[in-house]
Design a protein around this ligand. Structure first.
Ligand code: EPZ
Length: 418
């Protein structure tokens, strides 16, 4: 397995860029199943979660071709409707592929996705609302078996604006003669990207980006080309890397408004932020101060950047209070950062941080995707050599993170570990 070797304590200076969005790519790759046609996707990140999703599509009978700057998927010859259990367990978010399979074949079989290190990750909102649009669900076998004659028109309301449940319901409702309305839908930019892609294929998805989404079924979809939106969580990760090292960075090829709550908080801690159409410039030459964070569904502060921002707050003067309102176990990574001298206390969904002057280097073991990235940033901040191992999580969601950080002047290399 790989590990990162980081010689920290240096201010980052320079410009870098982000790849295509992991969390937009996964539902859009699933959506390629529905058309039975050929799709060309550009700006898809070369990360483990995408590789696993492409494996699933191939197992289902899709033809997948990876070229230099695009992925071509032809789902014409697809016949299989069961998501392979071993791949389902590797990638819990592959549950949204079920919605796409049901849209086309009116049936699908898949296993429970299983939890991960940030929470139990149930799928009750997916299944309860599948039933409301006419999908019969049998949970008494090794697989969850879904089937329907057709998708039925229905106004549904989500108990919680779940990103995955919103995506799954949109995907399941694309084909047919029905009209499905999802109230209290998630409003994340990744859902807007999915809707734009589906409409480019000829679907009728209205209201994505608001909390009421309407899908009018259509009978056919067409060959399509589409470019995936930039990854807003990677954009935030690189900006926070600049902040935690007291540096001056510019991140290009991003959509600043996708992370405006994060930019506001970076200004509040004391960074200078300048925003242009598709780039953000950050200068952290001031002493940084503690702030409070509450993670919320979009357009609130994104839970995926809570581990990164919390790590920044370990060296901000004063006491910060962080409320993690989306996942029940998203502070686990902090136990590793504590080994670098961070002063923290965890009380349920609240993390209390008392800023220290600096962190010291250590050997760290990453526990999850964003927690692992947070450890890399802590290593960039701490003087001396920090090793971050167990990168199997990190490479799931970041393409060439070490190279992007070296673009900013970081002393970081990826080493084949034990
Ligand atoms: C998506 O996960 C993202 N993953 C997550 O990013 C992100 O943190 C999350 O949305 C919230 O923004 C992908 O898009 C692949 P949810 P998802 O359904 O869809 C509960 C990353 O680091 N819930 O909005 O799984 C759930 O337990 C990942 O890139 C139910 O209770 O998130 C959680 O507490 C991590 N029942 C909350 O809702 C359900 O049926 C939010 O989950 C579904 C969810």
């Amino acid at each position: 397995m790989y590990r990162y070797i980081i010689n920290g304590g240096k201010k980052l200076y320079g410009e870098s860029y982000v790849s295509g969005s992991k969390n937009a790519s996964l539902p859009i790759l699933a959506a390629c199943i529905i058309s039975g046609k050929t799709t060309k996707l550009y700006n898809v990140p070369d990360i483990e979660d995408v590789r696993i999703t492409l494996e699933i599509l191939k197992d289902l009978g899709c033809k997948v071709k990876k070229e230099k700057n695009k992925i071509i998927i032809n789902s014409k010859y697809m016949t299989e409707t069961t998501i392979p259990e071993n791949l389902m367990r590797k990638l819990r978010s592959s549950v949204i592929i079920a919605g796409a399979i049901i849209a086309r074949f009116k049936k699908a079989q898949f296993s429970y996705p299983g939890g991960c290190d940030i929470g139990s990750r149930p799928i009750n909102l997916h299944l309860e609302n599948f039933k409301k649009i006419g999908i019969k669900i049998n949970e008494n076998t090794r697989y969850i078996e879904c089937s329907c004659d057709k998708i039925e028109s229905k106004n549904i309301e989500l108990d919680f604006p779940s990103v995955g449940a919103t995506e799954n319901l949109i995907l399941a409702s694309v084909l047919g003669t029905q009209e499905v309305v999802i109230k209290n839908s998630a409003m994340e930019p990744e859902i807007v990207d999915l809707a734009q892609f589906l409409n480019r294929m000829g679907a009728n998805v209205y209201g994505a980006g608001t909390n009421v989404i309407k899908i009018k079924g259509v009978t056919t979809l067409k060959d399509t080309s589409y470019k995936i939106m930039p990854d807003r969580i990677e954009a935030g990760t690189l900006l926070i890397a600049g902040a935690i090292t007291g540096g001056m960075v510019k991140i290009n090829s991003i959509i600043p408004e996708h992370i405006s709550p994060v930019l506001n908080k970076l200004e509040e801690v004391g960074c200078e932020i300048k925003i242009s159409k598709n780039a953000v410039y950050l200068n952290a030459n001031q002493k940084l101060k503690a702030v409070n964070i509450k993670t919320m569904p979009y357009p609130g502060f994104p839970t995926d950047l809570q581990p990164l921002f919390s790590t920044l707050l370990t060296i901000c003067e004063g006491t910060s209070i962080i409320s993690e309102n989306i996942f029940e176990n998203r502070f686990k990574f902090m136990q590793e950062i504590q080994r670098m001298g961070a002063q923290i206390a965890i009380e349920g969904k609240t993390l209390i941080i008392k800023g220290v002057k600096r962190l010291h280097s250590a050997d760290l073991e990453s526990t999850d995707l964003r927690g692992g990235a947070a450890m890399v940033l802590a290593g960039l901040c701490a003087k001396g050599t920090t090793r971050v191992s167990n990168l199997k999580y990190l490479i799931r969601g970041y393409e060439n993170l070490d190279k992007k950080l070296r673009d900013l002047g970081a002393d970081i290399i990826r080493e084949e570990g034990e």
